[in-house]
Design a binder for this molecule. Structure first.
Ligand code: G3I
Length: 323
């Protein structure tokens, strides 16, 4: 049967992609084989390797070993690349988060970081997550050294710096829980408007899609939410999709529900002009960030821990084939 990226492209999307776990690719040959199949995954995103703590752990000391794993793998396999993430409160080295900055000095730190990292990957990234997760879970701007120093002025500042560093990549805002069309979604709409009103460039909004089996919105509601953003003239994508079971082990009924939830997410992207692709945040239950963050939860992926396709895999393939 056809693989998911091929089906996604036939359905009118640009790609079906996956995150690449830097610690996994060289230690698990089955993982590497599936990840490297372009008909399955047309695009890669580094799970951790391009983040600030990885690329500039000390001031002015740049390191691309981890990020290059994704860039080189994508190049070798003819896959696209999403790049993640430039300005984020997390995985931010303490020399940044705990430095005592004013607007001028922190602008200089951001400019140096963005110029170096975007410069290193120039021409290779379809898109960059310029700002990641700057909205708190109930709405409101999330506290960070950036917010404390600039207020919301760092939104347009970050996008302007990114545009100067690489004018030919899509510049995204990326966050989770935008899917529920609640307060956090309203703030993301405001963020896009703030950036646009300042005359700064923003091309896309990434819906991370860290969802829960049985609590995933319907295909129609997801499409409605995506359209709030495309109406502002930006594209959208699902950038970190995984749908976890809240309790384990999952029953076979729960696995079917998980498949329906995946199909609703992917289907909503197919339904919306301007939703350009879907990226899963890993693909096998063998390797996932979820149990470390949500103990007792997981099995969120489209292959089980023995690399068998789950109902989720089949549901995605059906929804794409029907498009
Ligand atoms: O590499 C070190 C290793 O040297 C050390 O021994 C080990 C001990 O803790 O930690 C390793 O680093 C871990 C890293 O993943 C690589 O495995 C970090 O502790 C751990 O915090 C880090 O977690 C990542 C998390 O972001 C951090 O915020 C997850 O892998 C990654 O999947 C997750 O991804 C985020 C997206 O970037 C943004 N959206 C949410 C998503 C899920 O949380």
């Amino acid at each position: 049967s056809a693989q998911l990226n091929d089906l996604a492209v036939r359905a009118g999307l640009k790609y079906f992609g996956t995150a690449l776990g830097e610690g996994t690719i060289n230690s698990d040959s089955q993982y590497a084989a599936i990840l490297s199949d372009k008909s399955m995954f047309g695009q890669l995103v580094p799970e951790n390797g391009m983040k600030w703590d990885s690329t500039e752990p000390s001031r002015g000391q740049f390191n691309y070993n981890q990020g290059d794993i994704s860039a080189n793998t994508a190049k070798k396999n003819g896959q696209g690349l999403r790049c993640h993430a430039l300005v984020w409160y997390s995985q931010l080295p303490s020399w940044v988060s705990q430095g005592s900055w004013n607007k001028q000095t922190l602008t200089s730190v951001m400019e140096t970081h963005i110029n170096n990292v975007m410069g290193h990957y120039k021409g290779q990234c379809y898109a960059w997550d310029v700002i990641n997760e700057t909205i708190s879970d109930s709405g409101g701007w999330r506290d960070s050294v950036f917010l404390r120093t600039f207020g919301t002025d760092y939104f347009p500042l970050s996008f302007n710096l990114a545009k100067k560093a690489d004018p030919n990549t899509k510049l995204y805002y990326n966050d989770y829980n935008l899917e529920y069309n609640a307060a956090k979604t309203d703030y993301a709409v405001d963020l896009v408007k703030i950036v646009q009103a300042a005359g700064a460039p923003i091309d896309g909004v990434g819906f991370q899609g860290h969802l829960i089996v049985g609590s995933t919105p319907s295909r129609a509601n997801l499409a409605t939410t995506l359209k709030r953003f495309t109406a502002l003239g930006v594209e959208v994508a699902y950038t970190e999709l995984d749908i976890r079971h809240a309790s384990l082990p999952a029953s076979s009924q729960a696995s079917v529900t998980q498949g329906n939830d995946y199909a609703n997410v992917v289907g909503s992207c197919v339904d919306v002009d301007g939703c350009i692709g879907v990226t899963v945040w890993g693909f096998t239950d063998k390797h996932s960030w979820i149990p470390g963050t949500f103990p007792g939860e997981g099995d969120a992926m489209i292959y089980d821990s023995n690399y068998n396709r789950k109902p989720a895999w089949t549901s995605i393939s059906s929804v794409l084939a029907a498009a």
